[in-house]
Ligand binder design. Structure first.
Ligand code: FAD
Length: 375
């Protein structure tokens, strides 16, 4: 066992930390306030290679592996969860195309995504369900050389910016298939950007698919294998969510330490109070545990193994830790933590999403228990 990061991984980590301090931190409050998609930030991240971290150079990637991917997301989320989430959400379609795409699909779609030239959405959730794949109602029927997709998708992040969306729909066999859909296609309609509580720059949106014509060449993987594709992509997406949760928790600890040193009670810094020490120690131990669960999950993926169980275990723990840690950090900040101008108030709202998207915690428990019973 080697718990040390390599020289290259340290460089990636430091560069991401500097970028977060320099370019993300000053913009974070405004992204949250406006709830608009951060086009400029996404462009800058693309030019740094942050949208292709795990993928080989032949597909436009940086060849930094899944550890590089987790390290960057963590560091960016210390400043703003939106920035790290852009990488993780965009990575869902990328991972699906990388694992299941034909060479032509990889060259045509993965390369511009990994290079940060285009962004993508992952369109699974519908108004009636996010957790039950069997219940999705979007349909894809065959017409000549095309598929024609009709339905509605809900909470689809990155929609105002995405050039392609990986859309999941039931075909004539009643099984789910995955389709690479260009968002400029007639009938692909961004109906409404929802206003979320946190991570507001992600712009989760309601999408109408009104007889969207998709060439057969855009079917991803074998027909009827959409569920398997979704699980594989989401296992890596969950690793991204772990890194988001870790970064938010570390960011909340950073803020708590600064505040505890500066804020005084009874003429002494509150850091001297046993109750504050307790909060800081509980926070630090959860952050450390989250870090090693996240890095190990990334390491396993870098070995080429599937991470269905590892990513479920890690997401369950790290998301819970992020919610606990931001709550404790707000307590350290007292009334000031509850005020909109304070960063910790944003971290508190952002953290909650990690327990919800890419599979709610209840689903992670089901996945983990099923693995335990069959191992
Ligand atoms: C900001 C944001 C961004 C998002 N981005 C995307 C995106 O880009 N693409 C996308 O496809 N989706 C996206 N989503 C949707 C998200 O992934 C789903 O909302 C999530 O998976 C939960 O689905 P649901 O809301 O339909 O909850 P439901 O499935 O209705 O579940 C509601 C509750 O019921 C319980 N529950 C449900 N099923 C089970 C079960 N099997 N066992 C035990 N308890 C259960 C849980 O307590 C759960 O919280 C996003 C959501 C948000 C808020």
């Amino acid at each position: 066992m080697d718990f040390n990061l390599s020289e290259q991984e340290r460089m990636i980590q430091n560069a991401a930390r500097d970028f977060a301090e320099r370019s993300i931190k000053p913009a974070a409050m405004e992204i949250d306030r406006s709830a608009e998609f951060p086009f400029e930030l996404a462009k800058e991240m693309g030019s740094l290679g942050y949208f292709g971290l795990p993928y080989p150079e032949q597909y436009g990637g940086a060849g930094a592996g899944y550890i590089g991917y987790a390290l960057v997301i963590e560091q960016l989320c210390r400043a703003s969860m939106v920035a790290g989430a852009l990488i993780a959400v965009n990575g869902l379609a990328e991972e699906a195309i990388f694992r299941f795409g034909s060479e032509e699909q990889k060259q045509r779609f993965l390369v511009p995504l990994a290079q940060g030239v285009h962004l993508s959405s992952f369109a699974f959730t519908e108004p009636a369900t996010g957790s039950d794949p069997k219940a999705i109602e979007t349909r894809a029927r065959t017409e000549g050389d095309d598929y024609v997709i009709t339905g509605c998708k809900m909470f689809i992040a990155l929609s105002p910016a995405s050039k392609v969306a990986l859309v999941f729909a039931k075909d004539e066999t009643e099984r789910v298939s995955a389709f690479i859909v260009e968002t400029s296609s007639p009938g692909y309609i961004l109906h409404r950007v929802c206003e979320p509580m946190g991570v507001r720059g992600l712009c989760p949106s309601e999408i109408y698919l009104d007889d969207v014509r998709v060439p057969r060449a855009n079917l991803l993987g074998p027909k009827g294998k959409g569920y398997a594709i979704m699980l594989e992509a989401i296992s890596v997406g969950k690793l991204g969510v772990c890194a988001e949760a870790l970064g938010v928790a570390q960011g909340a600890l950073d803020l708590s330490l600064n505040y505890a040193r500066e804020r005084k009670a009874y003429g002494r810094p509150i850091a001297d109070l046993a109750t504050i020490k307790w909060l800081l120690a509980e926070t630090a131990s959860r952050v450390e545990a989250s870090r090693w669960l996240t890095y190990r999950t990334a390491f396993v993926r870098d070995q080429g193994a599937n991470i269905f169980k590892e990513s479920a275990v890690a997401k369950l723990f790290t998301s819970q830790a992020a919610v606990d840690v931001t709550r404790m950090a707000m307590q350290v900040h007292g009334a000031y933590g509850y005020i909109k101008d304070m960063e910790i108030e944003r971290f508190y709202r952002d953290a909650k999403l990690t327990e919800i998207y890419e599979g709610v915690s209840e689903i992670q428990r089901v996945i983990i228990a099923d693995h335990l019973m069959t191992e």
